[in-house]
Design a protein around this ligand. Structure first.
Ligand SMILES: Nc1ncnc2c1ncn2[C@@H]1O[C@H](COP(=O)(O)OP(=O)(O)O)[C@@H](O)[C@H]1O
Ligand SMILES: CC(C)(COP(=O)(O)O)[C@@H](O)C(=O)NCCC(=O)O
Ligand SMILES: [K+]
Length: 259
């Protein structure tokens, strides 16, 4: 079975696959000090809870936080007796090479999103991923990642506003009753909700204007469904896009090994 790990700057998502069969996904906060032994205790407890056997014989990792990769490698070597594929490293082949400026270190999550989205929806895509940052990943007709946009994440923006302004409380993002807020919290929620609807709509429209072919917009990340309530921004919402992309890249590397 395959353990696919998507490590973001806020959360790390573990998913288990039996071939093409998706078994489960588990989420923990991203902590670069977390040791292989701690990961194993947490993972084995939860897999037992889901009655999933721990017969993992392959691991693939995408990490936007380089410092956590070492302990994920130790987890893979010590407990699953295999070397993990790490997206972005030379030993991990991609179905299609990105076409960006020479020397650019593209976030592995974006390469994985491109692979997963192309497999499911074909080419000419914008993938909007609501993470710590909100990324817009452009996928060409042939499935190559060809660039995009990075915007401050939704909760990051709210947190920054709360920390910078003495009188503004911490608020959770939600769709406000109306645009004009009649109290501080409603004003802040309107600012971040409609501000992001405008940001996503505006950036996608500009990307479409610059790209010569018609495009589909795929969204992923926990906050995507919330913003879809504000405007029909996305053609599809795909909660498991990134881990699907990890499985696609793993299978691509398996195919190369057997040919
Ligand atoms: N459904 C949700 N509702 C509200 N906040 C969410 C939801 N899903 C994720 N978040 C928040 O969005 C931010 C990004 O989370 P996540 O997508 O896990 O980031 P990353 O992939 O960068 O680690 C975090 O602050 C997280 O707590
Ligand atoms: C933009 C990101 C931080 C988003 O990562 P996340 O929000 O999932 O933690 C990540 O894609 C990244 O580290 N990118 C490197 C720079 C680039 O993609 O050009
Ligand atoms: K991401």
């Amino acid at each position: 079975m395959l353990l696919a790990i998507d490590c973001g700057n806020t959360n790390t998502v573990f998913s288990v696959w039996d071939g093409e069969k998706f078994l489960c996904t588990l989420r923990t906060s991203t902590e670069h000090q977390r040791t292989a032994d701690q990961y194993y205790v947490w993972l084995s407890t939860l897999l037992a809870h889901h009655r999933i056997p721990m017969d993992i014989d392959a691991v693939i990792v995408s990490s936007t936080v380089p410092r956590v990769v070492f302990n994920l490698r130790v987890l893979s070597d010590r407990y699953f007796n295999c070397r993990p594929l790490v997206v972005g490293k030379p030993e991990c082949a991609l179905p299609r090479q990105p076409r960006v400026d020479e020397g650019t270190q593209v976030g592995p999550d974006r390469l994985v999103n491109a692979a997963g989205a192309y497999d499911r929806y074909g080419g000419d895509l914008i993938v909007v991923d609501f993470g710590t940052a909100t990324t817009f990943d452009v996928v060409a007709e042939d499935g190559a990642y060809v660039g995009g946009v990075i915007a401050p994440g939704v909760n990051l923006s709210l947190q920054a506003l709360h920390e910078a302004a003495a009188a503004l409380p911490h608020v959770d993002v939600t769709k406000p009753q109306q645009v004009i807020g009649t109290n501080t919290v409603a004003c802040m929620q309107s600012g971040v909700f409609w501000g992001y609807v405008g940001l996503v709509r505006g950036i996608c429209d500009r990307i479409k204007g610059e790209y010569e072919r018609p495009m589909k917009i795929i969204s992923t990340g926990g906050l995507a469904p919330l913003f879809q309530q504000g405007d029909t921004l996305f053609d599809h919402f795909d909660e498991f896009l990134t881990i699907h992309g990890l499985r696609i890249i793993h299978d691509h590397n398996q195919t190369l090994e057997t040919t």
